[in-house]
Design a protein around this ligand. Structure first.
Ligand SMILES: [Ca+2]
Length: 243
């Protein structure tokens, strides 16, 4: 009986972990975008760095290490009164979009400041009307951070425009990733802004998990796990009878 109870506890913990991890798909992964504001020639975007799923890490420079030396970052020279704009094309109209993110650097000793604000807009068509999703004011703390907007309700659209106002007195703005996530973040409160020291893996998630317009993936996983549970339980009961 103890073994059976142990199996049940293990199963429900496993279901919980997989449900949380499968709750959101990064639908922006490897998608195309246009830098409406050109990047600096010194810190260019050579391989669509902003949707490759990777984040910058510190790179050694003499006795010190700096994030900005990592080629994952795309650098924008701050010009007076000029915002930085990026237009992301998800390639299809996606539903159930809940989370919109920008990874940025704040390395003030190198003249790189956190953005003063980040605004997200969405539209079904490139030339259509863009609806404002929300505006973040990233915290001036930490170095490599991700500013994350959790919307209060599901959004849909294909084109996401990101408008960044550089920080005051910042010579540079450095970005390493922009992300749009499908599915609700079970750990987030609506409109709660998070801008914390980066704790993400630099490895890109499996792009095959990005499924447009459906929530069937979670349901399939749940049904599969229920099946495994039923088989496991039946096997345990059957084994018990013949002991
Ligand atoms: Ca990246």
């Amino acid at each position: 009986m103890k073994r059976f109870l142990g199996f049940c506890v293990f199963f429900f913990v496993l279901v919980g972990m997989l449900s949380v991890s499968a709750a959101q798909n990064v639908v922006s992964l490897h998608k195309g975008y246009i830098l409406l504001t050109k990047a600096s020639e010194g810190y260019p975007d050579e391989a669509e760095n902003l949707t490759n799923g990777r984040y910058g890490t510190p790179t050694a420079m003499g006795e010190d290490s700096y994030y900005y030396r990592d080629q994952e970052y795309v650098g924008f020279r701050t010009k007076d009164g000029e915002d930085i704009a990026i237009l992301l094309d998800l390639g299809d109209v996606y539903k159930e979009l809940w989370t919109f993110e920008v990874g940025y650097l704040r390395e003030e000793e190198a003249g790189i400041g956190a953005p003063a604000s980040i605004a997200f807009y969405i539209s079904d068509t490139e030339e259509g009307e863009y609806a404002l999703l929300g505006v973040l004011s990233p915290a001036a703390a930490g170095k490599a951070s991700v500013a994350s907007l959790e919307t209060a309700e599901a959004k849909s659209g294909r084109y996401v425009k990101i408008v960044i106002t550089p920080g005051e007195n910042s010579a540079w703005t450095f970005l390493d990733e922009i992300s749009v996530l499908q599915g609700r973040n079970p750990l987030a409160d609506p409109f709660e802004e998070s801008s914390v020291e980066q704790e993400r893996s630099s490895l890109p998630p499996d792009s095959e998990t990005a499924v447009p317009n459906t929530g069937d993936g979670d349901l399939t996983l749940f049904v599969m796990l229920c099946g495994v549970s039923a088989i496991g339980t039946a096997a345990l009961i059957g084994r018990k009878r013949f002991v």
